[in-house]
Every structure is written in C-alpha cells, then in structure tokens.
Design a protein around this ligand. Structure first.
Ligand SMILES: NC(=O)c1ccc[n+]([C@@H]2O[C@H](COP(=O)([O-])OP(=O)(O)OC[C@H]3O[C@@H](n4cnc5c(N)ncnc54)[C@H](OP(=O)(O)O)[C@@H]3O)[C@@H](O)[C@H]2O)c1
Length: 428
C-alpha cells in the first residue's frame, strides 16, 4: 500500500540523516559505557553474590556476569550435552552457582545465622525434590542435589521453580562405591561447609524376578539404599563435625514398610534381616544369597530389609557419635507418597489403583509437597533437634516421635549391621 503522506525528496533525505546520527550516537554511548564499565542501573545490576560467583565463573566460561550478561543455570544444564563423569558435572554446576557465605550482622548488631548447606541424595524426583524445593524457597538453605542424572535433575529443579543460585547439582551414583567417594571429593571442592546430609534416594524393585547388582556386586536395593548411603554418611560425618552451623543433622529416610509393628509393615513379604548371614557373605548372589537373611531373592522384601538397615544405621550413628560430635541423627516416615517414581517398577494396575486406595481407603496418602515440607522440618526445625528419633506425623500434620519395630530398634542387630557394612564398603 502506498504511504498516505510523502515528503519531498530533500526533506526525506534529512530525516534519514537525523535517524542515522542518533543511532550512531547511541552505539558510541553504549561502547563508551562498556569501555569505562559504567555501573548498570541498580535494577539490572547482579547481586553481590552473583558477582562473586560470576568472577569465579568467568575463568571457566569466559564470560563476565558483571557486564550484565544473564546466565541461566538450568538452561545451561539443558544445553550441555549429557554429562556422565562426576568431575565434569560438578565443574559445570560449580561454575554456575556461587557459594553461600556468612550473613552479615543485622541492623541490631546481632550476627544472623548464615545460609545452611544441605546435601540431599535422590533430589531429582519425589520426596527429595519436594524437600529441596521447600528448603531452597525458604531462602535459608542452599541445597546440594546429589543425583545420578544431571540433566534430569536440572530439568526437575527448573520445573519445580527452585530459585536460581539456591542449589548445586553434583553427580552421585549410590550403586557405585567409587562414585560415592568421588562425590565426597567433589563436594569438598565446592568449598562450602556441610551442615545437613539427607540420605533419601532409594530403589524399589517389587516385580523383579532376579536380583540385579551394583558396580561392587551387592544386591541393588540394599546396595543403593543402605550400603551406598552408609559409606556416604560415614565419609561426610567428618564434614558435619567440622561445620559451625548451630544445628548439624544427618537424616536417613526410613519407612513404615520396614516396621512390622504397623499394619503396612505386616503386608507380606515382611522385613526380616534374620541372622544377617547373606550380608556377612557379601550379598552378591554368587558365593552367597542376594538377601540379607540368606533366603531366596524377593525384590519387595529386599527394599523393606534395606529400610530396616537405614533405621538401624541412624540409631547406631546416634549411639556412637551424637555426644562426641553434637550432630543430630534422625529418621522418619513422611507418609505414603503414593504418586512418586518409587513405584515405577510396579505393575501398571498397581500404579493406577495405589494412589486412590491410599487417599480414600487407608487415608495414609500425603502429597509430595506435604511430604517435602515434613522432611524439610526434620532438616531445619529448631523443635526437631532431638537425636536418635524416628519422626512421623499425625492426621493434623503434627510431628511426633514414633516407635520402631522390635527388629528396627534391636541394638545388637544395629551393631552387627554396622560392622558388616563397614567391611563391605571398605572401611574396616
Ligand atoms: N513414596 C513413598 O510412599 C515413600 C514412603 C516412605 C518412604 N519413602 C522413602 O522416600 C525416599 C524417596 O523416595 P520417593 O518416593 O521420592 O521415590 P523417587 O521419586 O523414585 O525418588 C528416588 C530417588 O532416588 C534416586 N536414585 C535411585 N537410584 C539411585 C542411585 N543409584 N544413585 C543415586 N540416586 C538414585 C532417584 O534418581 P533418578 O531420578 O535418577 O531415578 C530418585 O531421585 C526413599 O528413601 C523411600 O524409601 C517413600
């Protein structure tokens, strides 16, 4: 369509010249501002924390955030090729997130508590992710998401809306003791104090006909849920001890299914560690059985047995180290979170019916969000500092100290599981 108003040619040329000059002036001004590093308007200026991180980052990514470039942790994760080696994963993430530092004194002159640092294993989904989100959103915690799949975790953190800079992803595969040791090294390189460790990750293989094994040859459920966490917790105890945080905690997630003093714990196959002969023989299914009690393999029972080991380990930690270290050791049953990926290996019909069954029949169902808040309480609530406790919640979502089953509170069994586990993971 022809323009409605057409200026005479000389006037038109003048207009174009004016536009060109003003464009050139804008370019020159921008260039000068860049050359002399004129500060950005405060709304566009990165926070001091981001600037500190940016200075560190620039060495790795050859970019400088102080110049106003925007850097997106999670989108970086998405753009990065699949990363399998822990050292690479940690470098990428460490470059994206700056370490939290002590909070400066408040106007009243009193020093406020600095940001706490909490490691959560299995934070890529379910309870672990919901807890990571609850802690990160409180603004009081920096979460180290210890996960085996970097990209899945980066996507999950972003989809959950976790604030940028509130988390670091570090590779951890609990099915490999080498990976656990490497994780500990990598976390130490982050140069952050470790204030809380949450052993949350788990596998559940209720339909498996044959056992599968970790890289070190242990039956998978006990290898990941118990032995991997046992080594991790033992290694990180030193770091917890060294932390100056007011309340240092080691939490090992338990389960009602390992407690035979409950209705759910009495659904067959029931947890039973027997005389520990399978664990003593290496749990490798070659020279010994794949089950702790030495019996035939049963995937559902292997999970329940691993949860008994988790709860026994927490109490043994408490007996051995609470007084000496001041660390609070705790376990919990967060409620039945029937929608998580834990049930991914179950038959489809079970996955379909289990959530409504828990919601409307047993009424034991809790959402991932609610369960995450519960675990976050065990991480940070000042009222939950008692050590050696197995926490549960009543119908009003109030926490209480729950009773463990006879086997899950057997001190002699706890000592034996501890000593056998030490041998299996190479600590004795
Ligand atoms: N769901 C419930 O009703 C319920 C009830 C009581 C207690 N719990 C406990 O809650 C905890 C979390 O379970 P959930 O229900 O949240 O299940 P989930 O969504 O399946 O979470 C399990 C997490 O463990 C991770 N994981 C599995 N194998 C791993 C390995 N080899 N190395 C590192 N991480 C590994 C998974 O990582 P990927 O994403 O890479 O698979 C995932 O992040 C478990 O300890 C479970 O026993 C659950």
């Amino acid at each position: 369509m022809a323009p409605l108003l057409r200026f005479p040619k000389p006037f038109q040329e003048k207009l174009t010249a004016i536009r060109t000059i003003s464009y050139t002036r804008r370019c020159v001004a921008r260039r000068l501002r860049w050359l002399f590093r004129r500060p950005l308007p405060s709304s566009r200026r990165p926070s001091p924390r981001a600037r500190r991180g940016a200075a560190k980052d620039s060495a790795f990514f050859r970019v400088c955030l102080a110049d106003g470039l925007k850097f997106d942790t999670t989108s970086l994760g998405l753009r990065t090729k699949r990363v399998n080696t822990s050292s690479v994963a940690i470098r990428a993430q460490a470059a994206a997130v700056s370490a939290p530092t002590a909070t400066p004194a408040s106007p009243s002159g009193k020093k406020t508590v600095r940001t706490g640092n909490a490691i959560i294993t299995g934070a890529s989904s379910g309870l672990g992710l919901a807890t990571a989100k609850a802690l990160a959103e409180s603004g009081k915690w920096h979460v180290i998401m210890a996960c085996r799949d970097y990209l899945k975790t980066a996507r999950a953190a972003r989809a959950a809306g976790m604030p940028k800079g509130s988390y670091t992803i570090v590779h951890l595969d609990l099915a490999s003791l080498d990976s656990v040791r490497q994780f500990v090294k990598n976390v130490r390189q982050l140069d952050m104090p470790i204030d809380v460790v949450v052993c949350n990750a788990a596998v559940y293989q209720p339909t498996a006909k044959e056992p599968s094994f970790t890289a070190d040859g242990f039956e998978m459920s006990v290898g990941v849920n118990h032995l991997g966490h046992f080594l991790l917790a033992r290694e990180l105890l030193e770091d917890l001890k060294a932390s100056d945080y007011p309340s240092k905690r080691l939490i090992i997630v338990g389960s009602i299914t390992g407690n035979t003093n409950t209705l759910a714990g009495n659904v067959p196959p029931k947890a039973n560690l027997g005389d520990l002969r399978g664990l003593a023989a290496g749990l490798n299914g070659v020279g010994s059985a794949a089950m702790i009690d030495g019996a035939e393999f049963d995937g559902a029972k292997a999970y329940k047995d691993s949860k008994v080991c988790n709860m026994l380990t927490m109490q043994e930690f408490h007996r051995r180290y609470h007084e000496e270290t001041g660390v609070t050791f705790a376990s919990l049953y967060p409620g039945c979170i029937a929608t998580t990926g834990l049930f991914r290996e179950h038959i489809p019909l079970f996955r379909l019916l289990f959530p409504p069954f828990q919601k409307y029949i047993t009424k034991g169902y809790v959402s991932e969000e609610e369960a995450g808040k519960r675990l976050a309480q065990v991480v940070s609530e000042p009222s939950l500092t008692k050590s050696g406790v197995y926490w549960s919640w009543n119908k009003n979502s109030a926490s209480f100290e729950n009773q463990l089953s006879e086997e899950a509170s057997d001190t002699e069994k706890a000592r034996k599981v501890w000593e056998l586990s030490e041998k299996l993971v190479g600590l004795a």
